[in-house]
Design a protein around this ligand. Structure first.
Ligand code: CA
Length: 241
């Protein structure tokens, strides 16, 4: 039954509410400095991109974060699955091996970094993001925002986006780029040279679409202090060993 029919039926029977689970999905509005990937302009930037090697593998493994604090967890799962790292069995799928936002914490090494319970309450810092990734057989480079100039930030990430079998996760403050509002983590999937924009595949799909954001704005958003660590946010490069 379509939403209009449901509403008509509800009105017909004199009930004055619409069941909330039937309301249309809505993202929050985007500020003018951001380009919605789900637009003709957003599509054009991807077609014109010369650094989009990671776009298909990441979209094939896309995850929506399981809860409000799991942006880092969803991002890690996407990257480990995209790199085809040997995965544990997933209880949901019985005989099939695949990283999920639940079973990545089955590895005892992760407990030394941060527990699932703690991440569920407060998310994770850039260092913890790198530490959780290092619990698996991947090479990890962690960069805080204040360790790289804008040129280095752009160059290191673009270089990665031109290569297969390595990926970029970015840890940034949403409010710096005009979004609601705290710290966030998501993969970067592409770069468009003439507009100098990165495509961020936002894992909070219930809230925002993927966006093209100016490199300088994203770099500024990594140059913000995470109160949990009292260090700058930043980005992580991950590759197979
Ligand atoms: Ca890459």
């Amino acid at each position: 039954m379509k939403l209009k029919q449901v509403i008509a039926k509800v009105l017909l029977f004199g009930v004055s509410f619409v069941p909330s689970q039937l309301l249309a999905q809505t993202n929050l509005p985007l500020s003018e400095n951001l380009i919605n990937f789900n637009s003709s302009q957003g599509e054009t930037l991807l077609v014109e991109s010369k650094a989009r090697q990671d776009y298909i593998p990441l979209t094939l493994q896309f995850e929506t974060q399981d809860n409000l604090a799991f942006c880092g967890v969803a991002s890690i799962v996407m990257v480990l699955n995209a790199l085809s790292i040997p995965a544990p069995k997933a209880t949901e799928w019985i005989i099939y091996n695949r990283f999920t936002q639940d079973n990545i914490f089955d590895n005892p090494k992760t407990e030394n970094v941060i527990t699932k319970e703690t991440v569920s309450k407060q998310g994770m810092t850039l260092q913890q993001l790198g530490g959780l990734l290092k619990s698996y057989p991947v090479d990890v480079e962690v960069y805080h925002g204040d360790e790289v100039s804008l040129d280095e930030f752009r160059q290191r990430i673009v270089n990665n986006l031109k290569q297969e079998n390595n990926f970029v996760l970015v840890n940034y403050l949403r409010s710096t780029i005009g979004q609601e509002r705290g710290g966030h983590i998501s993969p970067i999937a592409a770069y468009h040279q003439s507009s100098d924009r990165f495509l961020v595949l936002d894992v909070s799909r219930y809230k925002y679409p993927p966006i093209w954001v100016k490199a300088e704005d994203l770099w500024n958003a990594t140059n913000t202090i995470d109160s949990a660590s009292e260090k700058m946010r930043g980005f992580v490069l991950i590759s197979s060993q």
